[in-house]
Design a protein around this ligand. Structure first.
Ligand code: HGY
Ligand code: MN
Ligand code: MN
Length: 418
């Protein structure tokens, strides 16, 4: 590649101005953001993204899954498209870097390529995927684009069916049209995503860039223990059918079995809701939100079976009924070796230290990896903190990541042309 191309860098003032402007949309006191998928603040962030796209003279488009994009026709007429992007939605009271950094960096890369007028063997598209975080379904927009959204995903969504339908209609989307956002894999040259690591590996290794090797699979269940409502004052302890006991015993045993038998996996009980939820009533129902993650499908299946077995044991121990609702599962995804190479060479060209690492966090890249060559660039999270207002990445690391995204795009173009 020519020296002119090798020396191309992002416009860091514009990049920072855009990042800071976005962080103010749904911004919270302590420097985080609250932009749950299709909430008012998320829709405002999408409006902002659309304005940036149009002001930059890029072509705006939105598909039937609500994925918002800016397109730069940088290739020949029928060329495929290289997608660059991430997600503008956040977890409740989350951080301002998760997802947002990748979308703003993608926009910046398209603007630099547009300004320099370089022709590439593919078009470029900066994309914001709907509901990456699973407020509604999880990887909703990217699964739909990859043609992987199942009916079950929509019947038993993580956020509940009412919330899904309410939010879809607020965003003028309809569940029946979601699958129409599917892209023909032949129309895609690949997918690149810049993202914060959300862990400590880069910081511990004192590396500036992480080249992601694979993304963990994620499964979700609703686990329901059923007991009997009784008077909390007059019912002897030994006669109670207390759903809270089942939930408590299950919570502890989930942690125990994960650490003892599945050390490469993680599990999380993110919510326990008791009903009728009164001080003076023995809880008749406990509804648990369970998530489990594994680096490999076989291990994920074994972990799922072990967790359901523990739920049965907890129910038996306290003479409770048990209902288990499978919600959804995203398979572990290896990243494409040639995309990893492009990222590594790009980072080395910028004299940045890289390490290879797997991702415990889920990402839209794991949907895209099912239909095209996908890769991810990580930058360090200070203290590994994420999904929290304390999430922080040094600005120089953000600029490094965006420059690697730019240079990796150019290297993929080089690979494709040779
Ligand atoms: O939950 C995750 O791993 C991602 O942040 N959505
Ligand atoms: Mn994310
Ligand atoms: Mn996240």
């Amino acid at each position: 590649m020519s020296d002119q191309i090798n020396s191309l860098r992002i416009n860091s003032e514009r990049f920072k101005a855009n990042f800071d402007a976005l962080a103010r949309i749904g911004g919270t006191q302590d420097g985080g953001v609250h932009r749950p998928a299709l909430s008012e603040s998320h829709l405002k962030a999408r409006e902002w993204f659309k304005r940036q796209i149009e002001d930059a003279g890029l072509q705006f488009q939105v598909d039937t899954a609500g994925n918002h994009s800016g397109v730069l026709k940088s290739g020949p007429q029928n060329a495929p498209t290289l997608l660059l992007g991430s997600h503008l939605d956040s977890v409740p009271d989350g951080g301002r870097f998760d997802g947002a950094l990748g979308v703003v960096a993608a926009l910046e890369v398209l603007q630099v390529i547009q300004e320099t007028g370089i022709s590439l063997p593919f078009h470029l598209e900066a994309i914001d995927f709907t509901d990456e975080e699973g407020t509604l379904v999880g990887l909703l927009g990217s699964s739909a684009l990859a043609g992987k959204l199942s009916v079950l995903d929509l019947q038993e969504p993580r956020g509940g069916r009412d919330l899904l339908l309410k939010c879809l209609s607020k965003a003028n989307l309809s569940e029946n049209d979601l699958p129409d956002s599917r892209r023909d894999p032949r129309s895609l040259a690949g997918y690149l995503e810049l993202h914060i690591e959300q862990g400590m590996t880069l910081q511990k290794a004192e590396a500036e860039i992480g080249v992601v090797t694979s993304i963990a699979g994620i499964g979700s269940y609703r686990i329901i223990f059923l007991g009997r409502a009784d008077h909390a004052g007059t019912t002897p302890m030994e006669d109670r059918l207390d759903a809270a006991l089942g939930a408590g015993a299950f919570t502890i045993s989930v942690r125990d079995i994960t650490q003892s038998e599945f050390p490469q996996c993680v599990t999380n009980i993110g919510a326990i809701n008791l009903f009728p939820a009164a001080f003076n009533i023995v809880p008749s129902k406990a509804v648990i939100s369970l998530e489990y993650r594994a680096p490999e499908s076989g291990m994920m299946k074994r972990l799922e079976a072990a967790l359901l077995d523990r739920a049965n044991m907890a129910a038996k121990q306290f003479k409770l009924g048990l209902e288990t609702e499978f919600l959804n599962e995203h398979q572990p995804a290896p990243m494409d070796i040639r995309v990893r190479e492009a990222i590594t060479i790009a980072a080395q060209g910028l004299n940045l230290k890289t390490i290879n690492l797997s991702s415990g966090a889920g990402h839209d890249a794991q949907s895209l990896a099912e239909i095209c060559p996908a890769g991810m660039i990580f930058v360090p999270s200070v203290g590994g903190t994420s999904h929290s207002p304390q999430e922080y990445t040094k600005w120089q690391d953000c600029v490094n990541g965006a420059n690697v995204l730019l240079q990796a795009t150019l290297r993929l173009a080089d690979q494709k042309s040779s």
